[in-house]
Design a binder for this molecule. Structure first.
Ligand SMILES: O=C(O)CCC(=O)C(=O)O
Ligand SMILES: [Fe+2]
Length: 433
């Protein structure tokens, strides 16, 4: 199996390089070059310059060795900070001096918590009222695609697998440009901020048209095409702005508590004091309120985000998340399942990105003006890297076998943000306070 996919990758490599103009690589920005390098199936990319902080943790050796992909824990690139967990245990977290506001918390989520979050992402969250990437094109069951899938898998042949139907296609919407299911599209949008928030929220946000070409599909097949599920405020993909006219769904307690615990645990004075807060970029400005990290303990409240579901071939192109009115508030990202290569650079694609290996249980925070406006992306999911504690126990009783099976080819990223200052209601107030 592995051999034949290697052969295919080699064949594709020779075919594509034969047709490539000789100097093409010179036109790529440093960010694009890094994406290309890590995406390549052949030759298999060398990960020796990728920051892999699991290597510093003896408890993760089995996970690292089994996966066969290994970066390096080059301590010269990072600055450790000591913090105390809620249970009083000490923990090392890490900063990258060239990206002020980026905080890495490797292995932050316990094994139990990772299992809970995987189950939450698939069973509880990928269903109404949360919008998913499949809703535009299919009429999904109210119970959520995961429950339908599991029912069939549990009862096997005794049930005829339910087909999920495309949304009814009328002659009117068939004529509109369909949004194809699949990778997220790049749309250039205006960065949100308190001064343009009113205008942006008034813009018309039409629903995307369902694709007229999708066919009735089995739940177990469609599940692997799920790409995202919305958290909190509805995000309108067509304009890349939040749609404040739709009622917000609350952020679930399990996610909100983890994110708040992480933000409270970080000593932000150390994070920002260690840098010149005006590094190489002019836009790295805290705005009129000054460095508001001083009040994050009290004001940080996640109200939006996305769960990203990646299959092994999926990537997320370099982008900046700039639709949040709180443009500097911490964004918390939690990784589950297979590991990924995460690139984070600067205010443009011309800044050479730092490659970081994100493994299951790792948390990463992007905060402050420089880091929240930094280009980042995921050029590669690394197959075979699901840690032992997320693999099947072999027992059908614990209900984990279906989740373990899904995870074999998947990575889940829970990406949580704060759009508005705490307590601000956009529908009842002209301007954020
Ligand atoms: O999957 C990740 O680690 C990053 C996801 C991300 O950047 C996003 O959802 O905007
Ligand atoms: Fe992002």
């Amino acid at each position: 199996m592995q051999l034949s996919s290697d052969k295919k990758a080699r064949r594709n490599y020779f075919k594509s390089t034969r047709e490539r103009p000789p100097n093409e690589a010179f036109d790529w920005t440093p960010f694009r070059s890094a994406e290309k390098r890590f995406k390549a199936k052949f030759p298999r990319p060398d990960l020796s310059d990728i920051l892999d902080l699991a290597l510093l943790d003896n408890d993760r050796i089995e996970e690292v060795e089994r996966g066969g992909w290994k970066g390096s824990a080059d301590v010269s690139k990072i600055r450790p900070l000591r913090t105390i967990d809620e249970d009083g245990k000490g923990r090392n977290i890490f900063l990258l001096p060239q990206i002020p506001g980026l905080v890495l918390l490797p292995g932050y989520l316990s094994h139990e918590c990772q299992r809970e979050l995987v189950s939450w992402s698939l069973c509880d969250h990928a269903r109404p009222p949360n919008e998913t990437s499949l809703d535009t094109h299919y009429v999904l069951p109210r119970e959520g695609i995961w429950s339908t899938h599991v029912r069939y898998r549990t009862h096997g042949e005794a049930l005829t697998e339910q087909l999920i139907l495309p949304r009814a296609v009328t002659s009117e919407n068939a004529a509109k440009q369909p949004e194809p299911p699949g990778p997220r599209q790049l749309v250039s949008n205006k960065p949100a901020d308190p001064s343009n928030f009113d205008d942006l929220s008034q813009e018309l946000k039409l629903p995307a048209a369902p694709s007229p070409t999708v066919r009735p599909t089995r739940a177990s097949e469609l599940l692997y095409k799920l790409r995202w599920a919305n958290i909190g405020w509805y995000y309108h993909w067509g304009s890349k702005q939040y749609d404040f006219k739709r009622d917000k769904v609350g952020v679930d307690g399990i996610v909100s508590q983890i994110c708040k615990r992480i933000v409270r645990q970080i000593n932000w004075a150390d994070v920002f004091a260690s840098h010149d807060t005006k590094p190489h970029q002019d836009e790295s400005d805290w705005g009129p309120g000054g460095p508001e990290w001083e009040s994050w303990d009290a004001t940080y409240e996640p109200d939006a985000g996305i769960v990203n579901y990646y299959q092994l071939k999926d990537t997320l192109m370099g982008h900046v998340d700039r639709s949040e009115v709180c443009a500097t508030s911490p964004l918390v990202s939690l990784s589950l399942g297979n590991a990924a290569i995460f690139l984070v650079g600067g205010l443009s694609r011309d800044v050479e990105p730092v490659p970081i290996l994100l493994r299951s249980g790792d948390a990463l925070v992007m905060a402050g003006p420089g880091c929240r406006r930094a280009y980042h992306g995921v050029p590669r999911i690394l197959e075979g890297t699901v840690p032992p504690h997320l693999q099947s126990s072999g027992s059908e009783q614990d209900g984990w076998e279906h989740l373990a099976e899904y995870l074999q080819t998947s990575r889940i990223n829970v990406n949580v943000r704060q759009v508005f200052p705490k307590g601000f209601d956009p529908m009842n107030s002209a301007k954020p306070r």
